[in-house]
Ligand binder design. Structure first.
Ligand SMILES: [Zn+2]
Ligand SMILES: [Zn+2]
Length: 477
């Protein structure tokens, strides 16, 4: 660089103007000031130029922004060239695969030089339309086995590309840029939407998540779980809610379990889940009940809420009517379900925590060890005493092996005697979810206070138990 050029550059830096050929341009435009040095150093595609200003204006793609800026610069340079007949050498730095205008200008003014056809120095052409389109086509083939209506695009970029863009952004003081990943994900999402017109992008709860791994050069498809909300009724005793593996063989099959691998031959979980699992063509399933009744208790009334979760489903439009009939048929009427519809993971948490405390109504047949006194007035007293009373329950002996030992307080709202003979009483109890009803009756060797047996002064046990209602809140309403 000669002395004159050196002085000019120094002055231009201090005075904020730019010298192109013999023209001096006042650098009062933010865009001009930031783009020109960038373009001179980097060979960029439209997207990578436009993305540096991605937060400016809406309704444009970054490729649109970049193209507009390049057209503007190309015109500037052409004006300069026509007036000064020099200084247009930088037009070649505007050339990219997606900017043919630059190429035309180079061919027009510099017929001897070959336009630059190297990949974009920022994105390595990962953002070029033909590349995105080829990825979208491949993804469409891979996803063809899945039924879905919403999707989301994610990506893994080589760290070098991300770092390179970060450095570029700070070097050239770009303040309005968008990240390369969100640009890539959005543009690919747009192309996918045109290939799959029935599906739309959903950021919150997409059915399908595509992950384009540009490091491994692979496409991963994840089908998000399907959550089905319903209520079940268990019309026969002796069926556990969950599938219960054999304690001895842990599911492998042994003499103890008659080579079934299970402690009980059937369960609500299996009856309710299997037809959904088969119809949705998932890879695994989970049954989430809102609390559970004892194996020997029936679940009547409108039933107990549950959510069935199917992992990696291929089919999402399920025929609920046919499936509920199938559940009834498969269980010979032992288990019935009603389906409210599809739901989400939040509902699983809700039914497993909050709503498991919802009020329940029970009918219990209580057998007394000694006959009742002829005068039944004690039962009336107990009915009164057990209305709106708090019960302290230490974890019952029968579940102590699998539950933490603690004292819980639960409310009994009402306690009605429906029928009483000398040694058998039928009671109707409304209480808060989580109360152990059998222990409320027996007293569990003093671990439940107060108890029916304790008040009565006669040892008593529940011999039949039905849950007759699961209410929708902690109050029995
Ligand atoms: Zn690029
Ligand atoms: Zn076994």
């Amino acid at each position: 660089m000669d002395f004159q050029a050196f002085i000019l550059e120094e002055i231009s830096r201090k005075m904020d103007f730019l010298v192109i050929g013999r023209r001096i341009i006042k650098m009062d435009s933010y865009l001009f000031k930031t783009i020109v040095p960038f373009i001179e150093k980097h060979h960029v595609c439209n997207s990578c130029l436009g993305r540096q200003f991605g937060n400016l204006l809406t309704g444009l793609s970054n490729a649109d922004r970049g193209s507009a800026l390049k057209i503007f610069l190309a015109m500037e340079w052409e004006i300069n060239h026509r007036q000064a007949k020099t200084g247009l050498s930088n037009i070649s730095s505007l050339v990219s695969k997606d900017f043919s205008i630059g190429e035309h200008s180079v061919r027009r003014y510099f017929p001897d030089s070959e336009p630059n056809s190297l990949p974009c120095t920022i994105c390595q052409d990962f953002l070029s339309y033909p590349f995105l389109e080829s990825l979208a086509k491949e993804a469409c083939d891979l996803v063809s086995a899945y039924e879905f209506s919403t999707f989301l695009v994610g990506s893994k970029f080589p760290p070098g590309i991300i770092d390179n863009e970060d450095i570029t952004r700070s070097t050239f003081s770009f303040e309005y840029g968008e990240s390369i990943k969100s640009d890539f994900n959005r543009e690919l999402g747009k192309i996918l939407s045109t290939f799959i017109p029935d599906a739309t992008v959903d950021f919150k709860a997409p059915d399908i998540v595509f992950t384009f791994d540009l490091i491994q050069n692979s496409i991963d498809i994840k089908s998000n779980p399907l959550f089905i909300l319903g209520r079940y009724r268990k019309l026969e005793r002796g069926i556990p809610q969950s599938k219960w593996f054999c304690r001895k063989c842990r599911g492998v099959g042994c003499n103890h379990c008659n080579f079934t691998g299970k402690m009980y031959q059937d369960s609500v979980e299996e009856y309710a889940t299997t037809p959904f699992f088969d119809a949705a063509k998932g890879i695994s399933s989970k049954f989430h009940g809102s609390g559970r009744e004892d194996i020997d208790a029936r679940m009547l009334g409108t039933g107990r809420p549950f959510v069935i979760e199917i992992s990696e489903p291929k089919i999402r439009n399920l025929d609920f009517k046919a499936i509920t009939k199938q559940i009834s048929d498969n269980s010979n009427g032992k288990v019935e379900v009603t389906i409210e519809g599809l739901t989400n993971r939040t509902k699983v948490r809700e039914i497993k925590t909050r709503s498991s405390r919802n009020a329940k109504a029970y009918r219990a047949v209580v057998t007394l060890e000694k006959s009742l006194p002829d005068n039944h007035s004690i039962l009336e007293t107990i009915t009164e005493e057990f209305t709106n009373i708090l019960i302290q329950q230490r974890t019952p002996i029968r579940v102590a092996h699998r539950r933490a030992d603690k004292i819980r307080t639960r409310k009994v709202s009402s306690f009605q005697i429906e029928k009483a003979t000398k040694d058998e009483i039928t009671v109707h109890i409304v209480c808060e979810g989580g109360l152990y009803v059998k222990e409320l009756i027996s007293g569990d060797q003093g671990r439940t206070q107060p108890s029916f047996s304790g008040k009565l002064g006669i040892p008593a046990v529940v011999t039949k138990l039905d849950v007759i209602e699961v209410f929708k809140s902690t109050d029995p309403i």
